[in-house]
Structure formats: C-alpha cells, structure tokens
Design a protein around this ligand. Structure first.
Ligand SMILES: O=C(O)CCC(=O)C(=O)O
Ligand SMILES: [Mn+2]
Length: 205
C-alpha cells in the first residue's frame, strides 16, 4: 500500500506567521482512510484523566502513545511512556523525519470519535520539547477546524481546515506566541485521528 502521493509528499506551504512557523501539506497521506481504519483497530486507545486547575477531567477524546522504548512524556499531570513503534507509525515517522530533517522519538495520537470530541486551547511548550520545537502532525478521517490565537493579543486569530491526509507542521516560535485548539463541530458524525510527532529531550535520550 503506497500511502503517499509521490508528487505532493515533499512539499509544504509555509503560512505567514513570521518567526512562528506553520507549514501545511493538505494531501500528504493519500490512502488516508485505510490508515485511519488501521490505527483505529491496532492502537491501544484510552481516555486518560488530566488535572486542570486542580480538578481531574477525562480528556474529551481518546489517546494512544508510541515512541522509542522508555521515553516518557509528561503534561497536565499525565505521564505517557513509550514501548516502541508499530510498523505503520515507524514508516510514517521515517518519511517525515527525512522531509523535515527531524529525529522524532514519540508520537501522541488523538482520536476524535465525532464532532463532540475536542481539544481546548493550549501550547505544546513543555521544557522537554526544547525552546522552539518542531511538531509534525498528521490528520486522518473527518476534516476539522484547527484554530489559533495569539497569546499576547487573543483577538488575533487564524484558522485552517485540516483535511484527512493533511500534514501541518508547527515550528519556530509558534508554541511561545500562539495557542491552538480543535473546537467542537456539531454536525460532524465521522471520526478523525490526529498524530503529533514530537522529540522529547531528557538526560537519558
Ligand atoms: O488534533 C489536532 O490537530 C491537534 C492536536 C494537538 O494539538 C496536540 O496533540 O497537542
Ligand atoms: Mn497541540
């Protein structure tokens, strides 16, 4: 199965964000429905709880986490520990690393089961990701809005519709200067999986 369009796979359009960089290829994975189904079936999904403002909340979506064995990623009181790469995700990681010149060591997956599953405004700015992390994200299944607002001037907003098969890349000062979210979409009945490839730095890795 060739999941990649041989023409589009090497290209990213960089959106105008100044020192915050957001790149986008809307058609990176061509056979994206097959990959969506495979990941639904093969990943170990759970619905963990996080602590926000001292209260425990189940995240409003499902999660899975893979990566180099032993790498741990902590955020909002939650710890994910990687136990290796399934073959399909290892292949994706290798392709993306060669496109971006990265060495990702983890992937966090979010399964939005329908338009009621969401991700609130946040930045991926944990110290272990480094000062200007490059985070590559793949979206599969239903198109969903990806909305952004400037931290120091929240009236300044941007958004893109992430199609199934798209590859947005966040880089430069993006996590310092912007927050991002995937809001509810009442009419969406289909699911969406998003994969974010990250490099988690720690003394051991
Ligand atoms: O689902 C998305 O497109 C965004 C996911 C995200 O921001 C994250 O996992 O940190
Ligand atoms: Mn994020």
């Amino acid at each position: 199965m060739d999941l990649f369009d041989p023409i589009d796979r090497e290209t990213l359009d960089w959106l105008e964000f100044g020192a915050s960089r957001v790149g986008l290829n809307q058609h990176y994975v061509t056979d994206q429905q097959a990959l969506y189904q495979q990941l639904c079936d093969e990943c170990q999904w759970s619905q963990p709880a996080v602590f926000l403002f001292g209260k425990r909340h189940k995240v409003p979506r499902l999660n899975a986490f893979y990566g180099d064995s032993g790498v741990e990623y902590r955020y909002s009181g939650l710890t994910h520990r990687a136990e290796g790469w399934p073959a399909s995700l290892q292949m994706l990681k290798t392709r993306i690393d060669s496109l971006l010149g990265t060495r990702f060591n983890t992937v966090l997956l979010n399964w939005y089961r329908d338009g009621g599953d969401t991700m609130g405004y946040h930045a991926d700015d944990e110290a272990v990701l480094g000062p200007e992390p490059t985070i590559a994200s793949i979206s599969l299944g239903a198109p969903r809005r990806f909305v952004m607002k400037r931290r120091n001037d929240p009236k300044v907003k941007r958004e893109v519709m992430l199609e199934g098969g798209s590859l947005p890349v966040m880089a430069g000062r993006f996590q310092h200067d912007w927050l991002h979210a995937v809001p509810a979409a009442r009419r969406v009945r289909e699911g969406r999986i998003n994969l974010t490839f990250r490099r988690v730095n720690s003394p051991e890795h």
